[in-house]
Ligand binder design. Structure first.
Ligand code: SF4
Length: 429
């Protein structure tokens, strides 16, 4: 499967072209500035955003989002072309360029900044939560998180008064090797290491030719194997909602993907509804929805809470044993609620819908299937559900045709003259 310069990566380069130019410009301007001035500037930024770096904080779960050069899949040779549904960086392009200047000039200074951010936001010698997530884009990527930073953070410091039960990190499946896990376990301040991976969908073609993930099934199977052999736990992120696909296609894909991740051997499976973010493909589709030229008269990929319940209930009834593995994204679900709320307005449905969202978040702790079934039944009485059902009843389940149609329209919009040549790089078999 050719994944370099495929159609979707060209689309993403095009959607992110302004950000790429800005990044290159900032990098050029700052690379000859005195390093200490740049480090000082970024330390001040860390001071001001300590609350954001420390994203979650509870006795059971805490998370810190550490500064870095960014996702090396999203940013290659100073050009942005990452996963089509993702945008963690477009608001911070200048900052990532400056971090890259520091990383290129001094690994030591870069590592010190990461440690400074951890201490400033999380403190030192603190009472740990049961689970501590220490989040970068890919903690096992030595460009983003060099060993110097690892040993500076974990090798010398007393981070916690009492060790947490587990530490959670993010990684791309292709970065999970026994050597990297060995380094991470060498000074781990916890009994257990969980590696969270963005699998997104079980369908390899969709994952790589439309989501631009650039991760094969084999890389995922190998990563799971390495984690098992290293006595670490694996966690798969699965998307509910695919940019451009209709709800019927998205929900079918979601159900199949969870069942696939279960059989593949993941220990945990986190469900993340698609949300509109910055320069993502779904935001682009939404922005152009109904515009002249009618690029997108189809769905954007955002699925309603009704579809999420329908998919979840179907999984729980078909494979009850998967219940113990499933969690709901604490990051995406609240954002999804805000975005769905805009769509339903102040209707009488709101109470049922709010309860449905609360039920999903509680599911993470209580695993109460009866409550999920009861909330689903309430949801089915709403107008939101009637509208959802009438939409889905007319939707095609053939996602290959949908992607082809969308790609053709995208191609015509982005590359007026040579759109056919570009479209020919699309491979859907
Ligand atoms: S989903 Fe993960 S791998 Fe893909 S661009 Fe975003 S951070 Fe990078």
């Amino acid at each position: 499967m050719n994944m370099k310069n495929n159609f979707i990566s060209e689309v993403m380069k095009s959607l992110w072209s302004e950000q790429s130019e800005l990044y290159q410009d900032v990098y050029r301007r700052f690379k000859s500035n005195p390093l200490n001035e740049l480090v000082e500037e970024l330390r001040k930024r860390i001071d001001q955003s300590a609350g954001l770096i420390r994203g979650y904080d509870s006795p059971t779960f805490s998370e810190v989002f550490l500064p870095s050069t960014g996702c090396s899949h999203c940013l290659k040779e100073s050009v942005f072309c990452g996963c089509s549904f993702c945008d963690f960086v477009s608001n911070d392009v200048e900052y990532f360029a400056k971090m890259k200047v520091i990383r290129d000039q001094s690994e030591e200074a870069y590592a010190q900044l990461i440690c400074y951010a951890f201490k400033t936001s999380r403190g030192e010698n603190v009472s740990a939560s049961l689970s501590e997530a220490i989040t970068l884009f890919d903690s096992l990527d030595v460009d983003e998180f060099p060993d110097t930073a690892y040993y500076m953070l974990f090798g010398q410091n007393q981070l916690y008064k009492k060790r947490p039960f587990q530490v959670e990190i993010e990684a791309r499946a292709s970065s999970v090797t026994k050597d990297r896990l060995c380094v991470w376990k060498s000074h781990l301040p916890a009994r257990r290491l969980i590696v969270r991976m963005g699998v997104e969908v079980g369908d390899e073609l969709l994952r790589n030719q439309w989501l631009n993930k650039s991760i094969t099934d084999n890389e995922i199977y190998q990563a799971i194997e390495h984690l098992k052999e290293s006595k670490c736990k694996s966690n798969a992120n699965i998307l509910i909602g695919i940019p451009g696909l209709n709800e019927r296609q998205s929900i079918n894909m979601f159900i199949d993907s969870v069942l696939w991740a279960d059989v593949a051997g993941f220990d945990q499976i986190v469900l993340s509804p698609l949300i509109y973010v910055g320069a993502s493909l779904q935001s682009y589709i939404a922005t152009h929805n109904g515009s002249e030229g009618a690029l997108f008269d189809c769905h954007t990929g955002f699925v309603s809470i009704c579809a999420i319940y329908e998919g979840l209930v179907s999984i729980l009834l078909r494979e009850p044993s998967v219940i113990t593995k499933i969690g709901i994204s604490v990051f995406n679900m609240p954002v999804h609620w805000k975005q769905e709320k805009q769509a339903i307005g102040n209707s009488e449905d709101e109470e049922f819908v709010r309860e449905a969202y609360d039920g999903l978040m509680d599911f993470n702790v209580q695993r109460d299937v009866h409550r999920i079934l009861s909330l689903y039944s309430n949801l089915q009485k709403t107008q939101l559900y009637s509208r959802y059902q009438s939409r889905v009843s007319t939707q095609s389940s053939n996602y290959i045709d949908t992607i082809y149609d969308l790609s053709k329209k995208l191609s015509m919009l982005l590359w007026h003259k040579d759109w056919e040549d570009k479209l020919n790089t699309l491979s859907l078999s």
